[in-house]
Design a protein around this ligand. Sequence first.
Ligand code: GLN
Ligand code: ZN
Length: 772
Amino acid sequence: MTTKSAAAAARATVYGYPRQGPNRELKKAIEGYWKGRVTAGALRSTAAGLRRANWLQLAGAGIHEVPTGDFSYYDHVLDTTVMVGAIPDRHRDAVAADPLDGYFAMARGTQEVAPLEMTKWFDTNYHYLVPELGPDTVFAADSAKQVAELREALALGLTARPVLVGPITYLLLAKPAPGAPADFEPLTLLDRLLPVYAEVLADLRAAGAEWAQLDEPALVQDRTPAELKAAGRAYRDLGALTDRPELLVASYFDRLGEALPVLAKAPVEGLALDFTEAAAANLDGLAAVGGLPRKRLVAGVVNGRDVWVNDLERSLATLGTLLGLADRVDVAASCSLLHVPLDTAAERDIDPQILRWLAFARQKTAEIVTLAKGLAGGTGAITAELAANRAGLASRANSPITRDPAVRARAAAVTEADTRRSQPYAERTAAQRAHLRLPLLPTTTIGSFPQTGELRTARADLRAGRIDTAGYEERVRAEIREVISFQEKTGLDVLVHGEAERNDMVQYFAERLTGFLATQHGWVQSYGTRYVRPPILAGDISRPEPMTVRWTAYAQSLTDRPVKGMLTGPVTMLAWSFVRDDQPRGETARQVALALRDEVNDLEAAGTSVIQVDEPALRETLPLRTADRPAYLAWATEAFRLTTGGVRPGTQIHTHMCYAEFGDIVQAIDDLDADVISLEAARSHMRVARELAAHGYPREAGPGVYDIHSPRVPGAEESAELLRTGLKAIPAERLWVNPDCGLKTRGWPETRASLENLVTAARTVRGELPAS
Ligand code: GLN
Ligand code: ZN
């Protein structure tokens, strides 16, 4: 095709769309089904109605080829597990008895069987269910869901493209099944898996699919030569099939790198690449392989995971460059629109001036269509859209919200000394010991106490105007009194106020910092029927007034023991929000850090001598490519140190992270220069303690001895045994005793019993220490 005819043929498409419906109808139907209030038939028809509405809306907006098969009752990786017949043995009976109930049993577990493990989908906040595969896994094709959804779309007279998780990504996301050797590599099952994909592709072809999309986001991560070879083989074999649709292999979230030449050579008809953050690297990669002269290139130029209006002129320039590099160029979002809210039009509380800066799934769809029109017909075909886009971008760039001179001046004036405590760790511990006078193996908790029904009612009452602010605050104070008196009675050493005033550890601060926006309907799927409304970090960040000091100071006024101040760290504030795209993340993190620094300093001034800055998200936003990690860790640790660097040596800084896999960032954790870290460890029997020791981590640490993810109450002896295990790795002078994480999801009875046991365990083990 010539460049000109390639342009004329440009089409608009997307890889996936939010599943929930405008009013989260899907969540309600599924949860109703679980409770027995909604029949399976009613659930199915709600789901079919939502799919149909999405397709008609996409097609009506001008999307030429709609995706099918991206819909899910829970998770698309779990759907793939069903499609390839990799049902774990423990779930086989349930699936055989009733496929729908069996499906939910795999997702959520039952009284008798554990669910599949859940983990984050690449560096997003979407969670998938981890396939469990072993040497004995036998795959069997089940194309029913894919075929049925394709038929639904075709019956509406639409052009549709089934979207599947590709075989390489599916295997790379899997873990060894229970009973399989721990070093079992699921990728070794590729030869068994490919015939299953061949069968599904043949079924889709028979049902009328002209194209099928195979998603391979795992190929944007660093891959070994053997893994790349497997990818080459997979697509050579699938490409060689005669009874199949045309194949589009899709990559997103980062650059394809070494996988690009492999896929460029493969006998598939199309490739989809991410031209948002990875644009430059993917453009270079395409040029290096001599383009894709005989392939369809789907260009993800509209960011599928942020909330910002696209720079249409810049995207058109990228698309123009791509025209010379492929046989045909189509326009798309960089990834499924699953990761963004549905529609900005639902937001009534956001100033219309700011609303024009934002694009959710529906607006992004319109941008994709506009770009395809512009590519096919020239900029003359989209003059009005370009003018409106330019005006929106200019209003954002020049707004006092995105440009607060005072914030910018302060951030520019930050020096290295601001990010350094006045004394190194080894020297300031003495000041802290003298000041705090804690016993060996001090006990504490991670911050939140059970969020009771009364608290949630109080918040709802406040929102509905049934109580006023004073009434609400009195309820929070009552809760604080209860939490403090319980901790004193139980004998904990470092107390917390319990975080009763917080709905959510990020939202609470976002609501109090200038520069963040809250949405009313900006729901995004986190996992299954759980949806979250991430705040939008839209502008320069400042703190108009203290956010937590009152509550902490009130708690401290009730007791002689130290009460720990509790803040969410800058990296986590960014990780669990939609972050602005008009400046590097490191700059945004620095602004958030400065606002939090003021809070830390105010807490100290109010008499708080222990302050915890939570960074549970530090590891999960680690870039997908190892080459990009040092730069990320540099700004992330700097932001933490800027937050905490202004306190006196005697003030003890804690941090908290909750994941077990962090061997690869121990150096970064050390670079935070915190005095104490608490970590999740109960489930892995203190593995983190051994990992810290192996890396020579020099600071105080509290590997959790109480697994808060379960209502089970660990006995005092069980916690004591974990402590003794911890002591083998961390000396008593540096070991803390605490649960794995906050207690907000727990009930009071089990919290009470578990913490009493935890204190007993600490006392028992203290008694066993050699006298010094
Ligand atoms: N301080 C928070 C709490 O206890 C920490 C939560 C978290 O790590 N996710 O709830
Ligand atoms: Zn935690």
